[in-house]
Design a protein around this ligand. Structure first.
Ligand SMILES: [Zn+2]
Length: 277
């Protein structure tokens, strides 16, 4: 079993110290760490104002960042991104793993999903993003996953639900989901088959519940959003690698915490009795 895993998209660390410690209510902790480099983009030649082409190759008016604005923006990106994706799920461990023997009982730890977002220099990053500061007179900048404007952290109306209510989303939070390997919520379904352009509207969800998801047009989480952690723990433990995508292995729950399972010596592992808080 590996407790460290480095991939092109994140670093994973499985912390088992708590799974083996009294009191026997501690779970294992799976950290996914995403290292992002944010590159400050200013007008050329040291000018205060200038233009920069956006994703549509349209020149947009930009201004120079001040050190204070840049520090505030980058820390807000880091802290809001980390807070959203951290501590959303626990994964059921139904393998003979992370066992903790105490007195006449055996306890089996489950796995808490944690997330850390680090801002790093370019050479150390999993993902790189250029960030411009728009001139106040500029109303639009077509962003993409590697090119942001300073307004991309704002909550924006993205799409309507079936009753006409607007859904809002903060774009950088959705993009972090992509960086972790998540597809749009509709991807692979009949209205957005595999191989289709995942940017088409129905890929962001057909049912209202899907439109509201962070990998649709909204800010809600579902168990499907736990997939990066499930794949990582399967890879690290070598258990459940084939069953993860079918949904059986390392099943996610959206609780902040679940207690380890326990059974007396000579008994069999208990069927699931999930106590949560
Ligand atoms: Zn997307």
């Amino acid at each position: 079993m590996e407790t460290e895993l480095k991939t092109a998209t994140y670093d994973a660390n499985l912390d088992l110290r708590y799974a083996d410690r009294a009191p026997q209510d501690q779970n294992a902790i799976l950290w996914l760490t995403l290292k992002v480099h944010l590159k400050q983009i200013n007008p050329e030649g040291g000018a205060e104002t200038g233009t920069r082409p956006d994703h549509d190759k349209k020149p947009r008016k930009i201004v120079k960042w001040t050190p204070g604005e840049w520090a505030n923006w980058t820390e807000a990106y880091r802290s809001t991104g980390e807070k959203f994706w951290d501590r959303n799920f626990a994964l059921y461990n139904d393998f003979m793993l992370f066992l903790n023997r105490r007195a006449d009982w055996t306890y089996r730890a489950h796995v808490l999903c944690r997330f850390r977002l680090k801002l790093v220099k370019e050479s150390e990053a999993h993902h790189r993003i250029n960030v411009v500061k728009l001139d106040p007179s500029e109303t639009f900048f077509r962003s993409d996953s590697a090119n942001y404007d300073n307004l991309d952290m704002n909550s924006e109306k993205t799409r309507q639900l079936s009753d006409g209510t607007w859904v809002e989303q903060r774009a950088h939070i959705h993009e972090i989901g992509h960086i972790l390997g998540l597809r749009h919520v509709g991807y692979g379904k009949a209205h957005c088959p595999h191989g289709s352009n995942s940017g088409k509207t129905m890929c962001y969800g057909k049912a209202d519940k899907d439109r509201l998801n962070i990998m649709g047009n909204g800010m809600a989480l579902s168990k499907d959003n736990a997939m990066p952690w499930r794949l990582a723990v399967a890879e690290m433990t070598g258990k459940g690698t084939k069953d993860v995508k079918g949904g059986r292995a390392w099943r996610p729950v959206v609780h902040k915490r679940i207690y380890p399972d326990g059974w007396p010596d000579g008994d069999k592992p208990r069927s699931w009795v999930i106590r949560e808080h």
